[in-house]
Design a protein around this ligand. Sequence first.
Ligand code: ADP
Length: 342
Amino acid sequence: MPVKIVRDDITKMEVDAIVNAANNALTGGGGVDGAIHRAAGPELLAECRTLGGCETGSAKRTGAYRLPCKYVIHTVGPVWRGGYYGERELLESCYRTSLELALEAECESIAFPLISSGVYGYPKAQALQVAMETVSRFLLEHDIMVYIVIFDRSSYQISEKLFADITAYIDQRYVDEHTDGSVEQARRHRIARESMESGPLSAEYVPFAAAAAPPPLSVAHTLEETLRHLDAGFSQTLLRLIDQSGMSDAQCYKKANIDRKLFSKIRSNPNYRPSKPTVLAFAVALELSLEETEALLRRAGFALSHASKFDIIVEYFIMQSCYDVFTINEALFAFDQPLLGG
Ligand code: ADP
C-alpha cells in the first residue's frame, strides 16, 4: 500500500493508529505529544503511566480514548546531537517498531508526525528523508496505508539544493511557455525529429514509442479505418511494459506507490481511464525516458505540459534519471502539487 504526505493535525486523522513523538517517561509533554494527550483526554496519560516508560528508538501501544483512531503508538525519537550518536538508526527504528506494533494490532492505516523534527532538533529535511525511506522500505514487504502528517509549513523541508534546482528548472520552462516558447518548441521539434529519424535503439524501446504515433493519414483516412488502427489502451500497454521490465506486478505497483486494489482495477479493465498522476507514477516506476513517458501518457489521453508545475517537476526528475517516486513526492509536496500514486 502507498505512503502519502498530507498536511493536517494528527489528532484529526481517521486512521487505525496514530503515532506520538513521546519522551522516555511517556508522561506527556509539548508539541505533538501535548496535542495528542489533550485530544485523547486524561485516560491516555493514566494508561501511559502503567507502561514503565519507553526506550529511545522503541515504541509502545495504548488505546486512543477520545481520539478518532483506535490506537496511539508512542515512540521516542532521538535528540539530535550532530548525527554522530546513531540518531539515524534510532529514528529508523522508531518508524519500524511503530509499524510492527500497528501490524500486530491488525491496523490497516497509520499516521506519523515527523518524529524528532521539533524540539528534539533533527534537521527537518533529513528527518523527512529517513521517514520516507524507512516507510517505503517497510511497505515492500507489508501492506498498510501510511500517512506522514505535516502540521505546519515550516516543519516541512526538502534539501535546499534540490529546492533551488527545481525552482530554476520550473522558472526556465514555465516562463518559456508563457513568453516565446522557444525552448519548449525546440524540445518538441527534437522529439519529433528523433522519433522520425531514429533507427531501433533497442528491441523494447522503439516499438513502444513509435507505436504511440498516430497512423499515417494516407493509411487511415476514414473514421472507420482510423478506429481500426486504434493503439493499445493504457492497461494493455502498461502490462506489456511491466513484462518487458522484468519486474513482477507487485514490484511495479509498489515502486509506483500505487494501491494493490487500484492496480487490480487497471489490470482487469482494458478500458480503465487512469488519472495523470497514476500514469506518471507508473512511468517513473518503469524508469521510462521522457519520450516513452509522453507516449504512455498519450495512451491515457494526456500530455506533459509546460503550463503545469506538476508536469515540469516530474519531467525534472525524469531528466535527472531519478526514478524514486518517494523523493519525487517529497518535492511535489514542497511545491504544493498533487502527489504521484497514493
Ligand atoms: P520531537 O520532540 O520528537 O521533536 P515535537 O512534538 O516537538 O516532537 O515535533 C515533532 C513534529 O510534530 C514537528 O515537526 C511538529 O511540527 C509536529 N507537530 C506538532 N503538533 C502536531 C500535530 N498536532 N499534528 C501533527 N504534527 C504535529
